[in-house]
Design a protein around this ligand. Structure first.
Ligand code: NAP
Length: 249
């Protein structure tokens, strides 16, 4: 009998959870617990860290998990590295459900940087109106560039105000549209967008909007991860759960 653990926190993880529920596949979806009110899910949900790779390996054994699917965000590098190590230790087959990275298209004005520190570095010039689409956890890093006016968009209202002297906060969990993001950028007179190369459809709206408006984008590349098998859609993961894992493919 299969018993799936999905490491979640993304729309892809939620879509896989729905598909597993529809297929009556016993499944648990795991959240880190960063979001105050995660979406209701049709499978069992657990919340909170496991205690590193060792804790995750112990969980896999204790809960008799047969398949591990890492459907975390491409910038969640620690849990993904832990998943590779824990799956190896516990002898549980692992796949990652990932979104292909975005690639610059004609009309894009991207400056690629390797990490958040690189994006902060890239903002060393005169004051601009910046849409900072890097998520709540990294906003404080940009306090080192206080000359800019920042437009922020978070899923939840934060408990403490963001540590940036000049900012405007929009609380919205999407889905976002190109027209909506374009209007938002125009309304705030945005000069520059800072984004993580998350990939995927919904989060790409801001890039299409930036292209349409001719705006430059500071694009933060993905963090490096240990080698693992990556699949890009729910149907392929279901196929792997069905028989691919046993064949070792
Ligand atoms: P991270 O740096 O890779 O993980 C930090 C720690 O949080 C991990 O070591 C683990 O704690 C715990 N953790 C992370 N994901 C977990 C999960 N799905 N279930 C249980 N524990 C988890 O991750 P992060 O960047 O803080 O992201 C946290 C969560 O937010 C992820 O689930 C990710 O999918 C989601 N998210 C992240 C981003 C982003 O840009 N980073 C964007 C959207 C959504 P232990 O070591 O104690 O197990």
């Amino acid at each position: 009998m299969p018993n799936i653990l999905i490491l979640g926190g993304t729309t892809e993880a939620s879509a896989l959870a729905v598909a597993c529920a529809e297929g009556a596949i016993p499944t648990t979806l795991s959240y880190a617990g960063r979001t105050a009110s995660p979406r209701t899910q049709p499978v069992a949900v657990r919340v909170g860290g496991f205690g590193g790779a060792v804790g995750l390996a112990a969980y896999l054994r204790r809960e008799r998990i047969t398949h591990l699917v890492d459907a975390t965000h491409p910038f969640a590098a620690r849990i993904s590295a832990n998943a590779v190590a824990a799956a190896d230790t516990a002898g549980v087959p692992l796949v990652a459900l990932t979104r292909p990275a975005w690639r610059a298209q004609a009309g894009d004005r991207w400056q690629r940087v390797p990490d958040v520190a690189g994006a902060v570095e890239a903002l060393g010039g005169p004051p601009l109106r910046v849409m900072l689409a890097v998520g709540r956890m990294h906003v404080a890093d940009f306090a080192a560039r206080p000359q800019h006016a920042y437009l922020l968009r978070f899923v939840d209202r934060p408990e403490a105000p963001p540590a940036l002297p000049r900012h405007h906060l929009v609380v919205d969990r999407g889905p976002f549209t190109v027209d909506g993001d374009r209007r938002l950028m125009e309304a705030h007179g945005i000069d520059l967008v800072v984004a993580k190369n998350a990939g995927g459809g919904g989060a790409a709206a801001k890039l299409h909007a930036a292209r349409a408006l001719g705006l430059p984008v500071v694009m933060i590349d993905r963090p490096p991860l240990p080698p693992r098998r990556e699949l890009h859609d729910v149907a392929t993961v279901l196929d792997w759960l069905d028989h691919g894992a046993e064949r070792g493919v």
